[in-house]
Design a protein. Structure first.
Ligand code: ACO
Length: 439
């Protein structure tokens, strides 16, 4: 807190209230309204949290106007170019990038938790083969809490740490099993000699009948994709995890709630939606027609992969991914017409005043779908990959919340606009037009 304050005046009565102001290390100052209701009898209304900080956090900083994303103070481009995903996981969980000894220890801890309980295989068999992979992930990640009873005590720091390691380690295994199940191929066990990303690719794409070589370019591209999606401060799925965790639910259940929230096309489902949209557009000549549709408020069509609640500038993750995209397509010798279409769409949209005035720029999902498709992932798996990567962000934010001594259950208030009190009438006297509300 600072000596700065913010004074609120009730225009009707002239009453004044002085509220404390908090300064972060970066970013806007924050008015502390926690005592507002007790002091004034007023609530505040902010349904989609456009002006509300739901917590204090030391993990991730975003300046949406400048297009800045930092984890623990490290710039995302620096991290993507100079570290591995597991190093970023260490920074998110513990506050700093690891030194040599810490890196070895952390990698060892994660590597030796990669296998899942053998009985989990039966859960997969209960799903239809054509189940959406995110439906399976919601189920099996929630089910982890029924297997790992020894790390469910959220008040024990050691158990919290083991749960965090288990989640980071097992998510790729569960995700790859989801892919294998949908393909009707046998599950591939983790190989602890491989890096985190190489092991994931191996579990996704190898089959027992043939040798599979993980290409270093793809391994690096996978690692970058994981780094770029690792955390993004208080977005919808992270806020879901925090709110689920605020009731003291176990970490596996909390991460399952985050997966459910990530599934939607306005959040993690957007990269799949980008490819669907590019196919729908079909040809460069059709771009103007679709741009007009995106601008028309009566048409539900939106330019997927464009716009962001926080970034009102280029999403810094999109810049990194755009260059990775070229490297991957070159290595694989893929000449994807959808990529040309995407580049042209981006060029035309950025020149269009509608998008410029609203500060709608490509977000990370605009290019990630194209890379993942080139790597061989079916489109339904895209959001699953996002969930694999984001698990460390979710669990780091959950851990930070539990370790905050003053944390309480999350319980938003509301502005009630429904009927006022009314009496229950006998069935045969109820007015079908529901006029009783006006009584
Ligand atoms: N296409 C066309 N118009 C858009 C788009 C878009 N993709 N995004 C926003 N707009 C328009 C809105 O209609 C609105 O116009 P108006 O001021 O004339 O009413 C204006 O831009 C502001 O948009 P909001 O809806 O207020 O932006 P909001 O912050 O609520 O939504 C969101 C952000 C959900 C990401 C939105 O931009 C969108 O739907 N984008 C497409 C989906 C997508 O790519 N999601 C991925 C997000 S990144 C991630 O989760 C990793």
């Amino acid at each position: 807190m600072t000596d700065k304050t913010f004074t609120l005046t009730n225009d009707q009565t002239g009453e004044k209230w002085t509220l404390p102001v908090f300064e972060g290390t970066q970013g806007p100052s924050t008015i502390d309204i926690r005592s507002l209701y007790a002091d004034t009898g007023f609530f505040t209304l902010d349904p989609s949290f456009t002006s509300t900080a739901s917590c204090k956090s030391r993990i991730t900083y975003i300046d949406g106007d400048e297009g800045i994303l930092q984890h623990r103070g490290y710039d995302i481009k620096d991290l993507a170019e100079n570290t591995s995903y597991l190093e970023v996981c260490h920074a998110l969980l513990y506050g700093d990038l690891p030194n040599t000894a810490e890196k070895a220890e952390f990698e060892n801890n994660i590597t030796y938790h990669t296998m899942v309980h053998e009985q989990l295989h039966y859960f997969y068999r209960g799903f239809r083969r054509d189940a959406h992979p995110m439906a399976i992930m919601c189920g099996v990640v929630g089910a982890l809490s029924s297997f790992y009873h020894d790390s469910l005590d959220i008040w024990d720091p050691e158990q919290r740490e083991i749960s965090a390691h288990r989640l980071i380690a097992k998510m790729p295994t569960l995700a790859a099993m989801t892919l294998k199940y949908s393909l009707g191929q046998p599950f591939v066990y983790p190989n602890n000699e491989l890096s985190y990303s190489a092991n994931f690719l191996n579990m996704c794409f190898s089959v027992p009948a043939e040798k599979y070589h993980v290409s270093p370019t793809l391994e690096r591209a996978m690692d970058k994709i994981l780094i770029l999606h690792a955390d993004h401060e208080q977005n919808a799925s992270t806020s879901t995890v925090r709110i689920a965790g605020s009731s003291q639910a176990n970490p596996f259940a909390c991460i399952a709630s985050g997966i459910a929230s990530l599934w939607g096309p306005a959040h993690g489902g957007a990269n799949q939606a980008v490819l669907e949209m590019l196919r729908q557009i079909g040809h460069k000549d059709n771009i103007p027609e679709f741009l007009e549709r995106a601008k028309d408020k009566n048409d539900p069509f939106r330019l997927m992969g464009f716009g962001h609640r926080v970034y009102k500038n280029y999403d810094p993750r999109a810049t990194v991914l755009k260059s990775s995209c070229d490297a991957v397509l070159d290595e694989l010798g893929v000449d994807d017409p959808l990529l040309d279409l995407a580049r042209e769409l981006e060029r035309i949209a950025l020149e269009d005043p509608y998008f410029a005035e609203r500060k709608l720029f490509p977000n990370v999902d605009f290019y990630s779908g194209i890379i993942l498709k080139a790597m061989g992932f079916p489109e339904e798996m895209f959001t699953v990959l996002f969930a694999v990567s984001r698990t460390v962000g979710w669990i780091s934010q959950w851990k930070e919340m539990i370790e905050e001594p003053s944390h309480r259950i999350g319980r938003p208030r509301q502005l009630y606009t429904g009927a006022t009190e009314r009496k229950v009438r006998p069935l045969d006297q109820r007015d079908p037009s529901r006029q009783e509300a006006a009584e």
